[in-house]
Design a protein around this ligand. Structure first.
Ligand SMILES: Nc1nc2c(c(=O)[nH]1)N[C@H]1C(S)=C(S)[C@@H](COP(=O)(O)OP(=O)(O)OC[C@H]3O[C@@H](n4cnc5c(=O)[nH]c(N)nc54)[C@H](O)[C@@H]3O)O[C@H]1N2
Ligand SMILES: Nc1nc2c(c(=O)[nH]1)N[C@H]1C(S)=C(S)[C@@H](COP(=O)(O)OP(=O)(O)OC[C@H]3O[C@@H](n4cnc5c(=O)[nH]c(N)nc54)[C@H](O)[C@@H]3O)O[C@H]1N2
Ligand code: SF4
Ligand SMILES: [Mo]
Length: 729
């Protein structure tokens, strides 16, 4: 396999590039704009036009070794796409709010003037907190960091939160609680194929992180085992050694059932448990009840499969537990993360190479973006607003008095609640498309429509921009430079391949220009480049849990990325966490947590007899605002569908490819049926990458995890109905 001789491959590759004789072309080393795999790619640039004209994979990138998925190979087509926003837009016609019409082009000056006037007026009348910021983590660390500072120092509002609340918040909560630190992976990905058993819970790995699949299959090639827990037989489940086909929302019982067997069958590592953990006895007591039979009753997974899972994981000399949104986007998300982490803590399979725990982070900068202060309760370096020492430190870096630091805000979905109450009256939205991606769309769209004033910053006019009063055109990832932190916790460099198209500007520059016009320029004007912002971030994170102080752009280039924590310039970074068996709780011990099971927010009943679960397809990305514009991806997957088991289809007299109506207590929508045995009989699945009347989030529930405030996208109760007349599509 290529991975074994990657150094040779890399040398050969560089020779090939040197021998290239394309007088009009140059290659710019960078990474994909989409998921947290952050695959290495070279953008091909025409040196006469200075425009990006194509892409090739980077064989020299150690994580992905020249692999890319269909989204990655077409990502460059966004940059010079005909739909790019090239000038600011101002809404002239309020009656057309909620549609893409009613805008006119404007100059930056006019747009800025309007924004500053409206924000200032609203803040004068209703207080600083009447203006809010809602952000996203497709942005670089530099932009994410500056967005947090922009909210607190320029707008002086407490209300900032971001789309990681829908994505990584439960993983962060669970890992922090169990291990005392939230770096998504305790090991580098280059370890993955060398382990003996991988347990993948709620991860559609082949569709969502396709370029890690060679490492998953690598485990099997070496004689190891792959176990998958998912209500659907996804591509990775199909080829796995064991598929635990649980009912949506029952992971807590499944994890407890497996941990019980690990303990009962002698797989616990007593030395490790004694020296490095707390909570074993309480957990042992609690999970006793979760016998294979009882666990099977709750989860619907056959008892033999549960027994086999514990045996395969327990026997493996090295093993990795990985999870993704399937277990996290539940009201039990934080508990699920800790419950699966218990598997590693009880058996001591953590804190060494080839063994550990990882959440498979979603967005490109899903890791870095959650560390540097875009979250309602967080400050850079994973510091907390609730901690006066943390506030003191960051205030000093920012040059404000600690008393001036706004207090904690509320989570992303709860911000819509404050819009309803008119506590929040204005919104600065960037890098997110909640008019597609938030749950309970009928409610969310109404709140966006009722705002007094809304700004949306994007490079394509999104469904959310339709509610805006001003739309600001920003750059794509290829027109700016900065860093992201990938799925492993490795900080990497994104390079500029083309100058900004039209009048578009990078987010950080827009924020600095608005800050200056708000009279807050003295806190921002020293930041002239994205590198200046990074250097300030280094200082702001210094001494925090996510310590980036020792990371420099030069070190990133030299070392193929730097894993945090990295405390000073001589520190190479930390690929493996806990090699010294010291966890990040004050006593150095990890927590094995006793977690009683509880029901999901909504369970099927007579009226709504099916579980509805939602997720992704390989061809589209998140709200689809980017990938739905790429012809190849649209051709491959033009519209959403509902997956239905053949027996369920028969029960409702539904045929393959016919349109059906799907209902929940919150809304309804029409989908084409895909009949497949790869789903449970009691469950239907719809991907969520489409907006307007096709959005499955018209149907999902806004119930939140009590700790992470993350919505339960992965289960609610639904009804399916044959349509009386053929749908006009
Ligand atoms: N192609 C593609 N790739 C992506 C993205 C994308 O939009 N498209 N998005 C990126 C982002 S931001 C993210 S967060 C990740 C998401 O990556 P994943 O979490 O892997 O993707 P999902 O499809 O949301 O859900 C994963 C699986 O959870 C299963 N599931 C549903 N309910 C349950 C349950 O109750 N328990 C368990 N155990 N499983 C359940 C679903 O059947 C699904 O197969 O992907 C990233 N990569
Ligand atoms: N039903 C259901 N809903 C879900 C999920 C699910 O599994 N099921 N998953 C949830 C998850 S995990 C996630 S991550 C969310 C994601 O949902 P969103 O936050 O809506 O994600 P995107 O579609 O990436 O939205 C990003 C928007 O910003 C733009 N953009 C990209 N890069 C930049 C940039 O650098 N600057 C600016 N200003 N704009 C940029 C894009 O064009 C796009 O319009 O969806 C959540 N919603
Ligand atoms: S796997 Fe993720 S990072 Fe890699 S090419 Fe596909 S979308 Fe891009
Ligand atoms: Mo995500």
């Amino acid at each position: 396999m290529q991975r074994d001789n990657y150094k040779n491959e890399r040398d050969k590759y560089f020779k090939e590039i040197e021998n290239l004789n394309h007088p009009n072309e140059t290659l710019v080393k960078t990474h994909c704009s989409y998921c947290a795999m952050q695959c290495g790619m070279n953008l091909r640039v025409n040196t006469k036009t200075n425009k990006i004209i194509g892409v090739e994979p980077r064989y020299d990138w150690p994580v992905t070794l020249g692999k890319m998925c269909p989204k990655g190979v077409t990502a460059y087509q966004q940059v010079n796409h005909k739909d790019r926003l090239l000038k600011p837009l101002i809404r002239d016609d309020q009656s057309l709010k909620g549609t893409k019409n009613g805008f006119r082009e404007a100059s930056w000056d006019e747009a800025y003037e309007l924004i500053v006037k409206r924000f200032t007026d609203l803040q004068k009348n209703y207080g600083k907190d009447s203006v809010s910021v809602y952000s996203g983590v497709s942005m670089t660390n530099e932009k994410c960091y500056l967005t947090g500072k922009f909210a607190r120092v320029a707008l002086q509002t407490r209300y900032i939160d971001y789309n990681g609340r829908f994505c990584m918040a439960s993983a962060a909560g669970g890992l922090n609680r169990s291990l005392g630190i939230d770096r998504g992976s305790t090991i580098p990905w280059t370890d993955v194929h060398e382990t003996d058993c991988i347990f993948l819970a709620g991860s559609n790995t082949a569709d969502c992180h396709p370029t890690m699949m060679f490492r998953v299959w690598g485990i099997q090639e070496r004689g190891g085992y792959v176990i998958v827990a998912d209500p659907r037989e996804t591509p990775v489940a199909r080829r796995a050694d064991l598929h635990l086909d649980l009912k949506p929302g029952t992971d807590l019982a499944l994890a407890n059932g497996i941990v019980n067997l690990l303990i009962q069958n002698g797989y616990a590592d007593e030395e490790f448990v004694k020296n490095h953990t707390n909570g074993f006895e309480e957990t042992k007591e609690l999970v006793k009840e979760f016998t294979p039979e009882y666990t099977s009753e709750i989860t619907g997974v056959a008892p033999e499969k549960i027994i086999r899972a514990a045996e395969l994981y327990g026997k493996a000399p090295n093993a990795i537990v990985m999870f993704a949104r399937g277990i996290e986007q539940q009201i039990k998300g934080v508990d699920n993360v800790s419950a699966y982490t218990n598997m590693a803590l009880v058996t001591g399979k953590i804190g060494r190479a080839k063994s550990g725990v990882a959440t498979i982070t979603g967005q490109g900068n899903g890791q870095g973006g959650r560390e540097h202060g875009q979250k309602a309760d967080a400050l850079p370096g994973y510091r907390k607003i609730a901690n006066p020492d943390h506030v003191k430190y960051v205030s000093k870096v920012w040059g404000i008095e600690p008393e001036e630091m706004p207090k904690e805000g509320v989570s992303a979905f709860e911000m819509f609640g404050l819009m309803e109450q008119k506590t929040i009256r204005a919104l600065y939205l960037l890098c997110s498309n909640p008019a597609v991606s938030a749950p309970d769309q009928n409610y969310v769209r109404e709140q966006m429509k009722n705002l007094d004033f809304m700004v949306c910053v994007d490079f394509f006019l999104s469904e959310s921009a339709e509610f805006a009063d001003v739309v600001l055109p920003t750059t794509t990832w290829a027109e700016d430079e900065g860093t992201t932190t990938n799925v492993e916790g490795r900080i990497i460099k994104i390079n500029r391949a083309q100058m900004p198209l039209g009048e578009s500007k990078p987010d950080w520059q827009i924020q600095i220009e608005i800050a200056e016009r708000l009279g807050r320029g003295k806190y921002f004007s020293h930041l002239k480049t994205s590198k200046d912002v990074f250097n300030e971030l280094r200082v702001a994170s210094k001494g925090g849990t996510a310590d980036y102080y020792g990371v420099t752009w030069e070190k990133i280039d030299k070392q193929d990325g730097v894993f945090w924590p990295c405390k000073d310039e001589s520190d190479p970074g930390t690929p493996h966490l806990f090699l010294d068996k010291k966890f990040n709780h004050p006593d150095g011990k990890a927590k094995i947590l006793a977690l009683p099971d509880r029901p999901s927010a909504e369970v099927p009943d007579e009226k709504y007899p099916l579980h509805l679960t939602t997720g992704r397809v390989v061809y589209h990305y998140l709200s689809g605002n980017q990938t739905r514009r790429i012809q190849f991806l649209r051709d491959m997957c033009p519209e959403p569908f509902v997956e239905v088991h053949p027996e369920t289809a028969e029960k409702y007299s539904i045929e393959h490819e016919e349109y059906v109506r799907l209902y929940t207590r919150r809304g309804e929508a029409t989908y084409k049926v895909k009949i497949t045995e790869a789903i449970r009989k009691d469950t239907v699945f719809v991907p969520y990458h489409w907006g307007h009347e096709k959005s499955i989030n018209l149907l999902t529930i806004g119930a939140l995890d009590p700790y992470s405030r993350m919505p339960e996208f992965k289960t609610c109760a639904a009804q399916i109905e044959k349509m009386k007349t053929r749908a006009v599509q």
